[in-house]
Design a protein around this ligand. Structure first.
Ligand code: CMP
Length: 136
């Protein structure tokens, strides 16, 4: 039985600012992901608020939305078997200081806010997040 999934990845402003998007894409390819679509964009604060609305009750929500809209990002649709969980494993813990060796956040992340990458946390949210950026 095939369980090919798609997930949304965002290379966040801190990583795009350091021009790490090609290196991060290499990590995805080396780990068996196909990049189905990608674009470099900058979103508004209100778009960031919509994207992260699941976090709206959190104390870090305002800062998070300011940050995601602060500079260019690269959004990508990734595909492979078990893409959602495998991308979360590859990214590592949200806080780079707690992330395992070899994970993207350990390698590239600067802080819990500037943690270089976002990835969908469930198959259901992956569909919502992919539609958010890639429905025309
Ligand atoms: P991300 O996976 O993009 O989802 C929400 C983001 O909120 C998370 O990565 C972090 O960059 C950011 N964030 C800031 N503070 C916290 C916190 N205390 N706990 C979880 N996420 C946080």
């Amino acid at each position: 039985m095939s369980n090919i999934e798609r997930t949304l990845s965002i290379v966040k402003p801190d990583a795009v600012e350091r021009n790490l998007q090609e290196e991060i894409k290499k990590n995805f390819i080396e780990n068996g992901f196909s990049i189905i679509n990608e674009k470099k964009i900058q979103i508004s604060k209100s778009e960031a608020e919509e994207f992260y609305k699941v976090h709206q009750s959190k104390p870090f929500y305002g800062e998070l939305c300011n940050y995601l809209s602060s500079g260019p990002i690269v959004v990508m649709i990734l595909e492979k078997q078990n893409a959602v969980i495998d991308n979360r494993k590859l990214m590592g813990a949200t806080d780079p200081s707690k992330a395992d060796e070899g994970t993207l956040r350990k390698k590239y992340g600067i802080s819990i806010d500037k943690n270089s990458v976002h990835g969908s946390d469930s198959v259901e949210n992956a569909k919502i997040e992919i539609d958010f950026f890639f429905s025309s």
